[in-house]
Design a protein around this ligand. Structure first.
Ligand SMILES: [Zn+2]
Ligand SMILES: [Zn+2]
Length: 376
């Protein structure tokens, strides 16, 4: 069948993207789903900083690629081996498919699935297949097994979680990346408990999701840190207890003074080494620094080694919030329904597929938290 999709032919094009148009909206050919795959009609697809990292070339991917990795949709057709989803089911797309039997999957850590990571790196679905083509120019690569800036997508069953059909699909899209990553960093990776002190650096969609997650977890202190005064204001409105401007040369001292020597859990979502250094510097003795921002692949981070020992410090990486998607997405959706995880407040705009390049300009400029492309 045919579908319209946003295709990236080349990384590293000039800003603004509204002018250079790195993503072109084309009608492409979509194969039917393989035995373990599902055809879905996309309802909403979120614009994420890690899409920007592909567009600008910070995180290179095989080209050409149909982009998009955060979405909700409705099942249209299932492959012959798929018996637990049916046409009409509402689903959220997860950007790491999990095979269910590799060593990390067997240990209950599907976010680290090895065949899933290999397929994502190669630009294929979990089956190894590519189901999208240009009419004449050959195959296209899938983006993280999703490629959801499109009216329709074929994805692995292992990339989908069925959700409560009462949840609005625009908001539901955010649960696949921003919420899974941000809330999961707090409740799974760090295991923040009620009464803990926290700081969150980098207040994009993922960072603000972590903030509402820390609030839901009962953190007593949530210090919001960013370069943008508007984002600090947004964070205070969402329940941060303090805001610190990362541009202040004494930002570290401000946080340490506010929190009596640092926080128990500091989270870095900015994807910048300076942000990670600040996160480490504001973590108190015995505390944990969690990083979930994705820096450019060549960047490295130095730690005064003695502090790990003498202060019993922990540094943890968090990938998709250390999630078990089929467990966590329904839990977070239930918290959302109860009003305890106000994900709707992270949704800052809706746009048409044709306006996607402009949407990425807004994201790059820090003028949008989470925008979704909506399809009618
Ligand atoms: Zn993302
Ligand atoms: Zn696996």
């Amino acid at each position: 069948m045919k579908t319209r999709a946003a295709v990236l032919d080349r990384m590293g094009m000039d800003l603004p993207y509204a002018a250079s148009r790195p993503l072109t909206i084309r009608t492409i050919e979509l194969d039917p789903p393989g035995p373990d795959e599902v055809l879905i009609r996309i309802a909403a697809a979120g614009l994420c900083h890690s899409d920007l990292s592909v567009i600008n070339g910070d995180r290179p991917r095989p080209m050409p690629m149909a982009l998009g990795h955060e979405a909700s949709g409705i099942v249209e057709e299932t492959g012959s081996n798929v018996h637990d989803l049916q046409r009409g089911d509402h689903v959220v797309v997860v950007f790491v498919p999990s095979c269910g039997h590799c060593p990390p999957c067997a240990e209950g850590r599907p976010a680290l699935c090895e065949p899933g990571a290999a397929a994502n790196g190669a630009g294929t679905l979990l089956s190894g297949a590519r189901r999208i083509h240009h009419d004449h120019e050959g195959v296209l690569n899938h983006h993280l097994g999703c490629s959801v800036f499109a009216e329709y997508a074929v994805v692995s069953r292992r990339s989908l979680v069925r959700i409560d059909p009462e949840i609005a699909l625009d908001e539901a899209a955010l649960f696949g990346c921003a919420v899974l990553t941000g809330v999961g960093a707090v409740v799974n990776t760090a295991q923040v408990r009620a009464g803990a002190s926290t700081a969150i650096i980098g207040l994009g969609g993922v960072g603000l999701a972590a903030l509402i997650g820390a609030r839901a977890a009962g953190a007593r202190t949530i210090v919001a840190i960013d370069l943008s005064p508007a984002k600090l204001e947004e964070a205070m409105a969402l329940g941060a207890t303090h805001a610190v401007d990362a541009r202040d040369p004494d930002a570290k001292d401000q946080v340490r003074a506010l929190t009596g020597g640092g926080v128990e859990y500091a989270f870095e979502f900015a994807g910048a080494i300076r942000a990670l250094e600040l996160a480490y510097a504001i973590t108190r003795r015995g505390g944990t620094t969690v990083t979930a921002g994705l820096p450019p692949s060549a960047a490295s981070f130095g730690i005064p080694a003695v502090s790990l020992v003498a202060e019993e410090r922990t540094v943890k990486g968090s990938y998709i919030g250390t999630c078990v998607p089929a467990r966590d997405i329904p839990r977070y959706l239930e918290l959302y329904k109860q009003g305890r995880l106000p994900v709707d407040r992270l949704l800052s705009g809706r746009l048409a597929l044709d306006d996607i390049n402009h949407g990425f300009d807004l994201l790059h400029e820090g003028k949008a938290v989470r925008q979704v492309v909506v399809f009618d």
